[in-house]
Design a binder for this molecule. Structure first.
Ligand code: ASP
Length: 304
């Protein structure tokens, strides 16, 4: 069946955010074919985007924060065992997704942040890259107006294996010019990524502040649990957030989702967004439905 039918019986299946997710998906498929490991596939696939120096929103090529430092967020989840790991505000590490996986597999914890995460990465032998000279002058810190913030686009990748295993990962440099220490939705399990072995998985990209306040990816998975298709679940999550949020539909949020039956889908605010779908013999970039005020109905509900 063609991916455009939003269902495929082909396994493994990889779905990720944005057109740049296609190269990541292709690598994930290759890795799966040689290792048989869905987690390896997700980690190495996302690693392709993190290594791409021309990508200004993922990895060390990302737009720096307001003091010139790139701070990276990443998370990974394995449906089997409901395991998760994440890192946030991590500096100078080439592959935050791999550090997130190491947190999941080698520590009793789920999330490490900032200097602690960096020291862990150093101790574990991950590739460290020195920051550019002059970066990090905290005297320069001042709150940015929303108009100063730019360049957000995360890779979230979710995958379904031939044995029904569901895994996902997420990696980003977050909002360009953000305040030092700002953490977005991507490393927050249930925010920018959520995996549930009984149901499926979801991931997010867009303005993290508008996702993490609503446990966005968790909500998508819960809607699928109630019987919605992945696309319906993404659409209904955006509608629900828009109905509650004072910003209404002007949220800049997007979701991807897969379920255990191999159905997949996505939705975004405005004109929607592009996402990538890959399985053996087919790797395509699709456009999600977009939602505006006319789709959402009355919005900005909880104003008081
Ligand atoms: N969600 C990411 C963040 O807010 C950025 C993005 O995906 O556009 O950090």
């Amino acid at each position: 069946m063609s991916p455009t039918a939003q269902q495929t019986s082909n396994r493994p299946l990889f779905v990720s955010t944005w057109p740049f997710g296609k190269a990541a998906n292709d690598e994930a498929l290759k890795v799966f074919e040689s290792t048989g490991s869905l987690l390896d596939a997700i980690e190495k696939g996302i690693g392709v985007t993190e290594s791409d120096a021309s990508n200004s929103s993922v990895g060390l090529g990302g737009i720096p924060n307001s003091v010139g430092v790139v701070q990276l967020d990443a998370s990974i989840m394995d449906g089997v065992g409901h395991r998760g790991g994440s890192v946030a505000a991590l500096e100078g590490v080439r592959h935050p997704i791999s550090v997130a996986r190491r947190v999941m597999e080698k520590t009793p914890h789920v999330m490490l942040v900032g200097e602690g995460a960096r020291q862990f990465a150093i101790k574990e032998g991950f590739e460290i890259v020195a920051p550019p000279a002059g970066a990090g002058n905290l005297k320069e810190v001042k709150a940015k107006t929303p108009a100063d913030l730019e360049g957000h686009d995360t890779i979230a990748m979710i995958g379904l294996g031939p044995d029904g295993r569901v895994c996902g990962g997420c990696s980003t440099s977050g909002l360009g010019h953000k305040l030092p220490g700002r953490v977005g939705d991507s490393p927050i399990l249930g925010g920018g990524l959520y995996v549930d072995q009984e149901v499926g998985a979801a991931g997010a990209t867009g303005l993290g502040e508008n996702v993490m306040r609503y446990c966005g990816s968790y909500q998508v998975v819960e809607f699928m649990r109630q019987g919605m298709t992945p696309e319906q679940a993404c659409v209904e999550t955006i509608k629900r957030i828009a109905r509650m949020d004072p910003k209404g539909f002007d949220l800049a949020i997007n979701f991807i989702a897969i379920d255990k039956q191999g159905r997949f889908g996505a939705a975004g605010t405005g004109s929607g967004f592009q996402y990538s779908v890959t399985h053996k013999g087919q790797s395509v970039v699709l456009r999600s439905p977009g939602l505006t005020s006319k789709d959402v109905g009355p919005v900005g509900g909880n104003r008081h």
